[in-house]
Design a protein around this ligand. Structure first.
Ligand code: SAM
Length: 257
């Protein structure tokens, strides 16, 4: 069966890498696990061997038929992971999530999962460059919206790199495994939608100063009142700085109502 580019299909074929991912995750028989994009079942078979309660979400019907044959005990849900109701699954108890994610949906999927409550942890294979952006420090070139959102919602640990030779077909870029552990950020954003919209504007033109990038949300005086220099670039602000900015906007909005 040919790999479908539109579904971001690069199948893991290197046994050592497959074993290392599952050994790092350490699933146990009491875990409920959701795998996103099981594909031909490379990770799935080993996950099942651990005895965990596994459900897999796959969009490609041909692969689902293949999985029914090769892993008949597997509960496969035919769905688009971007539309799947994770909240419903999480209402029945904590869930661990794992996946070699299709590169074309990874960022929107991460943003969706960040907003969910009750996920124990997530182990994802992503493009290495995406993992670098997720875990970048303020003041570096890789630091941006994804870094702030990831740090706000999770503790992110880059684990190891995976070369293109571990896949069929081979992707053009190196991949990496990241572990995400959801946590509460202190201070919390009063309205995470405000935080998200502020970040879009802050990082859409990185060369602008903060006074210009965030001008429609906050005045220079308001930025200064938070101890933030309006003349700096957006990538120099910490997550806490952005949360403080968002909360000032939220408070002003609620006062105006
Ligand atoms: N887990 C397998 C492996 O490691 O060999 C396959 C990984 S492949 C990179 C991504 C998988 O996600 C494919 O099986 C693809 O069909 C599936 N997929 C792509 N888009 C999806 C979506 N929106 N929802 C669910 N699965 C999707």
């Amino acid at each position: 069966m040919r790999a479908r580019k539109r579904f971001g299909q690069n199948f893991l074929t290197d046994r050592a890498v497959i074993t290392r991912i599952v050994a790092t995750m350490k699933p146990t028989p009491t875990d409920r696990v959701i795998e996103i994009g099981p594909g031909r079942g490379a990770l799935t078979a080993l996950l099942l061997e651990s005895g965990c309660h596994l459900e897999a979400i796959e969009i490609d019907r041909d692969l689902i038929a293949l999985l029914h044959e090769s892993l008949p005990e597997l509960n496969v849900i035919e769905a688009d992971a971007l539309k799947f109701d994770f909240g419903m699954a999480l209402s029945q108890g904590p869930v661990r999530i794992v996946g070699n994610l299709p590169y074309n949906i990874s960022t929107p999927l991460l943003f969706r999962l960040f907003a969910e409550q009750g996920i124990t942890d997530m182990h994802f294979m992503l493009q290495k460059e995406v993992v670098e952006r997720m875990t970048a420090e303020p003041g570096t070139r890789a630091y941006g919206r994804l870094s702030v959102m990831t740090r706000y919602y999770c503790e992110a640990t880059p684990l190891f790199s995976v070369p293109p030779t571990a896949f069929t077909p081979r992707p053009k870029v190196t991949s990496a495994i990241v572990r995400l552990r959801p946590r509460r950020h202190d201070p919390a954003a009063q309205d995470t939608n405000v935080l998200a919209s502020l970040l879009i504007d802050a990082f859409s033109q990185r060369r602008k100063t903060l006074r210009n990038a965030l001008g429609k949300h906050l005045s220079e005086q308001e930025l200064a009142s938070l101890g933030i220099d309006p003349g700096v670039r957006p990538e120099t602000l910490s997550v806490t700085d952005y949360v403080n900015c968002a909360n000032l906007v939220t408070e002003r909005k609620s006062e105006a109502q």
